[in-house]
Design a protein around this ligand. Sequence first.
Ligand code: UDP
Ligand code: MN
Length: 637
Amino acid sequence: MLQRNFPKVLCIGLTLVVAVNILLAFYPKGTFQNLVLGGLRKKLSLPLLESDGARIKSVSPLEMNLQPLEESMTLAKKEQENVDNILKKRVEAKANKTKKLKPYVKFFPDSELFKQWGEDLSEAEQKKAEDLFQKYGYNVYLSDRLPLNRTILDTRDSRCLQKMYSSQLPSLGVILIFLDEALSIILRAITSIIDRTPSRVLKEIILVDDFSSNGELKEDLDEQIKLYNQKYPGLLRIIRHTERRGLAQARNTGWEAATADVVAILDSHIEVNIGWAEPILARIQEDNTVIVSPVFDNINFDTFALEKYELAVDGFNWKLWCRYDVLPQAWIDLHDVTAPIKSPSIMGILAANRLFLGEIGSLDGGMLVYGGENVELSLRVWLCGGKIEILPCSRVAHLERHHKPYALHLSPVMKRNALRVAEIWMDKYKYMVYAAWNIPLKNSGINYGDISSRKALREKLKCKTFNWYLKNVYPFLKPIHSLVGYGRMKNSLDETICLDQGPESGHSPIMFHCHEFSSQNIYYLLTGEFYVGPLIAERGIDDLCLADPGIGEQPTLEPCSNAAQNGLYIYWNFRQGRAVINRATKRCLEIAKDTSGTYVPVLQVCTTQVLCPGTACSPQVPAKPPVFKFSTFRKPT
Ligand code: UDP
Ligand code: MN
């Protein structure tokens, strides 16, 4: 379509460029932009934003110049004066600008906001932008200055443009949930939905405010909703939580209020792209048990430029953090880039048949704040009669924030929600989630809430087992069947330091002061391997094995399946409270001080280490051979 009309488009384009240049030659850039923006805003029936009072005023000289030619000579003279004034002002402005041309000073050199943005901002402007950035986690200063209906790159494969859709698609309700977002971000999401969804299918947009604290989301947002509804009667609704209930409950609130055939539940820092809705509606019309996700592109949090993402499916690791996975071979073999892609999980954003989503239990309202609820829904969908797909022709630009305004550290709540998922769905494999988080299966001290109603739902829906999911949907995840124990390892010579994976790039374990991060996770397997660092346990990616290279004193870390070919010995004998002895070399893992006096792990003849209480120090007769042991030894069963 675009190709066929290309000469015409080019011609119109050139004419527009010439016209714009003529206008720009006579009028300051701001005036022209304001004219365009003002017009757009009128089109949207939106009131002018705070800063627009000034803009209205600056439009008037231009409007006067557009008066018909037959107007009186007096008017023409006046116009000429105006043009003269404008030109004079332009010269002055230019002179001022040259005067201002001093070297750019970065007032926040460490801020991520100014890494590739903000060169022309004054100190006051930088301060304002930085404050907004800290508050929201993205560039609100810029967002407030970008048109609400800005154009973004159409990131679909060209073959998507040839797809034809029924004229009888189901109706669509869009749910936007938010907590402490900037007003302009929410308005841009709404604008993109209205502009890029066929009006015949767009039945409702439901906003759910999860008890935001920022003032502009109160009356100002209500006012904007009123204005949208004047233009599109009854389209928008807002529901406000009176206390913070977390994203799962916010999504459920939106779902409960919806009436359309299909619901799309989105974050509010998004811009839907052209043609995003049709593939969703057509696929759900075809099969109402499929829960779909669009493909995401990223809106850079600083420049707001769109970054195209390649196709991928949504997966997760044993901590249940989501991540992108490679495309399934079966889909690649189809040689159809427009075909739906079977996905083990969703990331959060989803669309579903409204009634089907209800039948399988919408989202688990027992999930707090953020995280885990997407995996819970995904397991439930796959195990209880549905499926999950990514639709390559439906694209939504999502802003990945630099930081979240509602929580600086997500790990504690993510951990809690992950245990909830494990307890409800993972049967005998739940220990893998506990192991990945390095917490004991029993008495973890973490309250994951009441799960009885979710377990009852699992019974009622006659859902399959997690083992079925691992075999049929997500064979990437590879539970360790022979896990003997896990925890952190200390040596009795100094109990304040723990065995640690060391710098990411290196292959050498170190001794480092004990902490709670996963670089100090240690897993011991019945087969004799010690895994060091974050648990992977996935097909095709190795965990790091503690290895004795046979020469030298230094132990190394090596992807387990590489070790043999590299001549490394990775099998160890170990019992809690006893020495760590390599099965092949018979050497022990112990610690010793290096030349700088820092303890490092060493491989040496066993139990040469000696405690030296006071001055008495006898290497021959160690009273108590200091050995490595798990400081927290957790059995998986
Ligand atoms: N959210 C919410 N309540 C919360 C936490 C998050 O309503 O307690 C909203 C948030 O405003 C966003 C959506 O849930 O629209 C998803 O959260 P976020 O964007 O932080 O997740 P991410 O996309 O980074 O995974
Ligand atoms: Mn988000």
